[in-house]
Design a protein around this ligand. Structure first.
Ligand code: HMG
Ligand code: MG
Length: 307
């Protein structure tokens, strides 16, 4: 299949990236990060979570973050909502999109949201219905689509099953998430070949973590399957509180460098993203793990020193 000529990059650093930070990141820092990302041109930013602060304390200030950001016209600001209480928070915060998050693995579902896959779908049903009633977009995220930290192998049929259940709830978009970054290109092909039979290809996204260094190869495999929505985290921020050892999402700068090289349109300014990655890495005292980000920062510094 020909590669797409344009892709949507969803920046998930402010949520998926920061949620794993042990030290509380100041609300003002989160807001500045999102504002910088908005200015860089992202069409969609995952900005916050309305989950239990007992489970993910780092995301406790979602309402303040959403109230403080400058929204770029036309951009979608998404928030995670595990239940109706979360949805009410999202609605009050004027989120453009809510994210319900299930898993293709029973064990991970229990660890992440304290219920079985079937129970999670029951819990999401009224959330999805409320979102429809209020005209809020719904995204469904399928964790552990390429492997699980607790059960290991995840059958393709389990991923297809959750995608079908999310589709039945009316999801506008569905993420195939490699939560612990164990997937390889062959498996990516197999999973997308299967899920595109039950949900439209153009509304499926690839959410890859880079634990085993496979994320860019997996993105390329997904591009070959005609997938045109990808999630990425500036400076490679992140990990997963319920998946020990998992590193962050693929770094946004690296994905943009890949897309630019392929001539695939993103509408995002790589240099501004590199600056945002430098900002957040310094602000939270964390190493920037974007290869392209570090290379471009070093290049800019050496050019400045020579001029
Ligand atoms: P629970 O403990 O089973 O349920 O949590 P609960 O109803 O007993 O709630 C526990 C406490 O949280 C109660 O407070 C509730 O009121 C409160 P208490 O009575 O003890 O004082 N509570 C809330 N507070 C604020 N907002 C809410 C909310 N709901 C309950 N919405 C629950 C069940 C689902 C709430 C919990 O397990 C939870 O919040 N989990 C979220 C976990 C999470 O955010 N994980 C990370 C995101 S998933 C991810 O990163 C993967 C993804 O990136 C894709 C990928 O890479 O795979 C999306
Ligand atoms: Mg994730």
């Amino acid at each position: 299949m020909a590669l797409p000529t344009a892709v949507k990059i969803v920046e998930v650093g402010p949520r998926d990236g920061l949620q794993n930070e042990k030290e509380f990141v100041a609300t003002a820092t989160k807001i500045e990060l999102i504002n910088r990302l908005s200015a860089a041109g992202f069409p969609n930013i995952e900005a916050a979570s309305f989950v239990s602060p007992k489970w993910v304390p780092q995301m406790a200030d979602g309402a303040e973050v959403m109230a403080g950001i400058e929204r770029r016209a036309g951009a979608i600001y998404s928030v995670l909502t595990p239940n109706l209480r979360g949805f009410e928070g999202a609605l009050a915060a004027r989120a453009d999109e809510i994210v319900i998050f299930g898993a293709a693995s029973e064990a991970f579902s229990q660890k992440n949201i304290n219920c079985s896959i079937a129970e999670s779908i029951e819990r999401f049903a009224p959330v999805a219905q409320a979102a429809k009633e209020h005209g809020v977009r719904i995204r469904g995220s399928v964790s552990c689509s390429l492997g699980c930290p607790y059960q290991g192998e995840v059958p393709v049929a389990s991923v297809v099953d959750v995608v079908e259940r999310f589709a039945a709830l009316g999801c506008d978009e569905i993420d195939i998430a490699d939560t612990i970054g164990v997937g390889t290109a062959k498996r990516v092909h197999e999973v997308f070949e299967a899920v595109t039979k039950v949900f439209p290809r153009e509304r499926l996204s690839g959410h890859f973590h880079d634990t085993y260094g496979q994320a860019l190869a997996n993105i390329y495999a997904a591009l070959e399957e005609g997938i045109a929505i990808f999630h990425a985290s500036v400076a490679g921020l992140g990990g997963c509180p319920y998946a020990k050892g998992a590193t962050g999402n693929v770094a946004t700068e690296d994905v943009l460098y890949l897309m630019n090289g392929l001539g695939i349109h993103t509408g995002i300014d790589l240099n501004q993203v590199v600056a945002a990655g430098d900002f957040i890495s310094n602000a939270i005292g964390r190493a920037n793990v974007s290869r392209a980000g570090k290379a471009l920062l070093a290049k800019a510094r050496s050019e400045a020193a020579c001029s």
